[in-house]
Design a protein around this ligand. Structure first.
Ligand code: DP6
Length: 344
C-alpha cells in the first residue's frame, strides 16, 4: 500500500451525567451520559505512508500550525493504537486537524479531536485486516478514543450516548460507549445547547488533574453510587419524554460536580461570580416564564443552556435581554444535538 488519506469529522459532546474519577486504563468510576453536538466538531485528515524501517513517525498540524502542546495526547493515542493494531506501526503519519469552534469555551476539544483521530486509525486498522477490538467498527473506534480521552469515547456516535457499566442499561460497559438513542423519547431528541461564555481563560484545573483529585476525595464512593442512581432516574425521564424531570436532574448533577470540586483536597472553585449570576437568572426566568430552560456545567465556569430546540428564539431573547452583561465580550455559542461523525 502506498500513501493514502482517511478523514473524519467528529463532534464534541456535553455530558448530562459526568465522568469524574477514573481507574487504570481510563476505566470510569461511574457511568456517564451525554449527547453529541452538531456544530462543534473537529475535522481530521490522516495521511499515511508505508515506511521501510525505523520507528513510526507522525507529523501533526492544528489549523495549519505545528501545535506542540497537543503532541503528548496524540502520541499516547498512537501508542494505544499500536498496541491494539500492530500493523499500524508499519506507517508514517501526517495529521491535519481543525476545529469549528474556539478554544477554552467549555466545549471539549479533546473529545472531538480524539474521536476524529480514533475513527481514522480504526478505519486504517480495518483496511489492514486487523481484528477489531470490539464487535463492530464504531464500538472499536470508541474503545480507542476513550483510551485517548475518556469523554472522547462518547463522541463517535450521534445523539445520546452512555459510557460505563450500568446495571440497568443493556450492553453498557467500561471499555466503549454505546448508542442509547433507541431509549430516548422523540421529543427529547431535539435539544439545544447554548454555551454562555463567562471566561475563555485556560482552565485552572485540567480534567486529568480533576479525575486524580477523586482518588482522595472523601465523598468519592457516595458520588459514584449517586451518579449511577441519577442515570437510572435520567433514563426514565429520557424514555418518557419528561423534560422537567430531565432538566432538574441535569442541574442537580452539574452543581454536584462543582460541590465535589470544592470538597477536594486542595479545594477548587471553578465557577466565577458571573456563573452564579447566570444560574440565578436561568432559575428566575424558568419560574417566571414556566419555560423548560435548564443548565449544565463542565469543569469550568461556562454555562450550557439545555432546552427543547423549539424554544431557541425565546432563549435568544432571554440571553439578549438579561444575560449579556455577565458574558465575556457578550459571547455565546448556539449548538444542538447532532447526528455524529461523518467520513470526509
Ligand atoms: C467534566 O474526558 O477530558 O467534561 O479522560 O483525562 O481526558 P480524560 O478526561 P476528560 O474528562 C471529562 C470531564 C468532564 C465530564 C464529562 O465529559 O463526562
Amino acid at each position: 500500500m502506498s500513501a493514502s488519506r482517511i478523514g473524519f469529522s467528529a463532534p464534541s459532546n456535553i455530558a448530562l451525567i459526568k465522568y469524574w474519577g477514573k481507574g487504570l486504563d481510563q476505566t470510569p468510576k461511574n457511568a456517564s451520559l451525554s449527547f453529541s453536538l452538531k456544530n462543534s466538531v473537529t475535522k481530521t485528515y490522516l495521511d499515511y505512508q508505508e515506511k521501510i524501517k525505523g520507528e513510526p513517525q507522525f507529523n501533526f498540524s492544528f489549523e495549519g500550525k505545528s501545535e506542540r502542546s497537543f503532541h503528548p495526547k496524540i502520541e499516547k493515542l498512537f501508542q494505544y493504537a499500536f498496541e491494539l493494531y500492530p500493523h499500524l506501526k508499519g506507517y508514517s503519519y501526517k495529521i491535519e486537524s481543525e476545529n469549528t469552534f474556539p478554544h477554552s469555551t467549555g466545549i471539549a476539544s479533546s473529545a472531538s479531536s480524539m474521536a476524529a483521530l480514533s475513527l481514522c486509525l480504526t478505519t486504517l486498522a480495518k483496511n489492514l485486516n486487523e481484528p477489531l477490538v470490539a464487535d463492530h467498527f464504531t464500538a472499536s473506534a470508541s474503545y480507542l478514543a476513550r483510551l485517548g480521552s475518556g469523554s472522547a469515547g462518547r463522541s463517535v456516535y450521534g445523539g445520546f450516548t452512555l459510557w460505563g457499566t450500568h446495571e440497568q442499561v443493556a450492553g453498557s460497559n467500561n471499555k466503549y460507549a454505546i448508542d442509547i438513542n433507541a431509549s430516548i423519547h422523540p421529543e427529547l431528541k431535539k435539544l439545544g445547547d447554548t454555551i454562555l461564555i463567562v471566561s475563555s481563560e485556560a482552565k485552572s484545573l485540567s480534567s486529568s488533574d480533576g479525575h486524580k483529585l477523586m482518588n482522595e476525595n472523601p465523598y468519592a464512593v457516595t458520588r459514584f453510587l449517586q451518579a449511577n442512581l441519577l442515570i437510572s432516574e435520567m433514563m426514565g425521564a429520557l424514555k418518557s419524554g419528561d423534560m422537567e424531570k430531565l432538566g432538574l436532574l441535569i442541574e442537580k448533577e452539574a452543581l454536584g460536580l462543582h460541590a465535589l470540586m470544592m470538597l477536594s483536597q486542595p479545594p477548587h472553585i471553578l465557577l466565577k461570580p458571573n456563573s452564579l449570576k447566570l444560574i440565578e437568572l436561568i432559575q428566575t426566568f424558568r419560574r417566571e416564564s414556566k419555560l423548560p430552560l435548564y443548565f449544565t456545567i463542565d469543569a469550568g465556569p461556562n454555562i450550557h443552556l439545555i432546552y427543547p430546540l423549539g424554544l431557541k428564539a425565546k432563549v435568544e431573547a432571554f440571553i439578549q435581554e438579561r444575560c449579556l452583561p455577565y458574558l465575556e465580550k457578550g459571547f455565546y455559542i448556539h449548538d444542538e444535538i447532532g447526528e455524529g461523525p461523518t467520513c470526509l
